[in-house]
Design a protein around this ligand. Structure first.
Ligand code: F0G
Length: 420
């Protein structure tokens, strides 16, 4: 295992504390896939499926050889992953595909997909002897880091854009005891500041710029494939914000392909909110990357200058994938459908489902395709968005599928009338 620059290819030892190459670009962990070929098989992972043994009971560490082959004594695990893959017929009908699965990452210990990358990130922090960790966040990374740091006995410092994260997420950061800095700016300002501070003080940076976060995050793809009995779907569709998750997904799939655990490459569709769509603009117009000033109800992906855009593009191209954008109305309509199916997810997660509907309409995803949408966070993360949608109080958004509460007198007669 080594660290390699994604741009100039320079190598660094894995125990170097660094997030960027001297040339300024991002680093990634490179595994020796050649030697892994003879060492692991589908059976290795299938045999661990029913185990209660630490750390293989985790949906991340089950794939340890492909993630971080380190001494188990350092591992900080909840255990995370092992989230459900729902076959979602009704939602499938609504978007126009026959085979739709929803991978619910909101079922992780802190209710978002971030726990997969955080178990590896905090494990490395502990192994390297750090006493403090920090991240900038739109709320889920900070919730996850705060929880894992608390479990590991490490001090957590989170940078969040003031007034711009969902309440459930702010509550988690405070509750788990993180020092919570509400920055008077947006996520991109917070990200910029936290990277500088971590460079100056002895604090370990746990945003997805950290290559070890990406390693844990790869396990979403591994787990979906294993749940599908290693049958490769036609599409993976997921939201894009800071663009770590899709970079991780494509990296993991590429490794599986190189090792020979899958023989076909699924296509990846990254969906951005229209108001926070720098990757989409670059993709669509075939221009160079330009940050945007982000505006969206999906606060989790309210990011204008995503750190991992280069990794993201590289993975999308490798998978013959696409980038799409969706409007606020499309996000909230999709959310209402996911919620009403009894599954539920936060707004940003539902970019996936809204994106599939749009890609079916434009003929890119076909009716017969097997499609996996990743739901990145729990419905309960953002109760304000839910309640205000059903009360018809979201500015500029029609509550197409509203389920309004009914105010009623405390009498049997009034109730009978209402139920009629
Ligand atoms: N969905 C949710 C619920 C998220 O919290 C995020 C990112 C994304 C999608 C986008 O994933 O950044 O890997 O492209 N949340 C980060 C955070 C930025 O700070 O919690 P991405």
């Amino acid at each position: 295992m080594i660290l390699r620059c994604i741009e100039c290819g320079r190598n660094y030892p894995v125990n170097d504390v660094r997030y960027r190459c001297d040339c300024g670009d991002l680093l990634e962990v490179v595994h020796d896939t050649e030697s892994l070929r003879g060492k692991i098989s589908r059976k290795t992972f299938d045999q661990r499926l029913s185990t209660r043994e630490f750390p293989y009971n985790s949906g991340v560490w089950r794939y340890k050889e492909l993630i971080l082959d380190i001494d188990n004594k350092f591992i900080v695990s909840r255990p995370e992953g092992n989230t459900n893959l729902y076959s979602a017929e009704k939602v499938g009908e609504w978007v126009g595909v026959k085979h739709l699965w929803l991978k619910h990452e909101g079922e992780n210990p802190t209710a978002s997909f971030k726990d997969r990358g955080m178990t590896t990130g905090i494990t490395v922090a502990k192994m390297m002897g750090f006493k403090k960790v920090a991240c900038a966040s739109t709320g889920n990374t900070s919730a996850s880091m705060a929880a894992y740091a608390a479990m590991a006995g490490i001090k957590a410092i989170v940078f969040i854009p003031q007034g711009k994260i969902a309440f459930g997420k702010l509550a988690q950061s405070l509750a788990y005891g993180a020092k919570t800095l509400q920055i008077k700016g947006d996520f991109d300002d917070s990200m910029n500041l936290v990277e500088k501070i971590c460079g100056q003080l002895k604090i370990y940076l746990l945003n997805s710029i950290n290559p070890f976060r990406i390693e844990g995050q790869k396990s979403i793809g591994f787990e979906v494939l294993q749940q599908l009995k290693w049958q490769v779907p036609d599409w993976f569709v997921l939201p894009g914000g800071n663009l770590g998750n899709n970079s991780a997904l494509s990296k993991g799939l590429k490794e599986l392909y190189e090792i020979g655990l899958i023989s076909r490459v699924p296509r990846i569709a990254v969906i951005q909110a229209h108001g926070a769509n720098p990757l989409y603009r670059m993709w669509k117009k075939k221009t160079s990357f330009k940050p945007v000033q982000p505006v969206t109800i999906a606060t989790a992906v309210k990011i204008g200058n995503p750190i991992s855009w280069k990794k993201s593009i590289r993975g999308i191209e490798w998978s013959r994938g696409v980038v799409e954008e969706v409007s606020e109305q499309q996000i909230m309509d999709a959310k209402a459908m996911v919620d009403q199916a009894g599954i539920g997810a936060e707004p940003a997660s539902c970019c996936s489902v809204a994106g599939i509907k749009k890609l079916v309409r434009s003929g890119i995803i076909h009716k017969e395709d097997k499609v996996v949408a990743i739901l990145t966070g729990s419905l309960l993360k953002d109760p304000d968005a839910v309640v205000n949608y059903h009360l018809g109080k979201l500015k500029g958004i029609e509550s197409t599928y509203a389920n309004r509460p009914i105010q009623i007198e405390a009498s049997l007669e009034a109730i009978r009338k209402a139920l009629d």
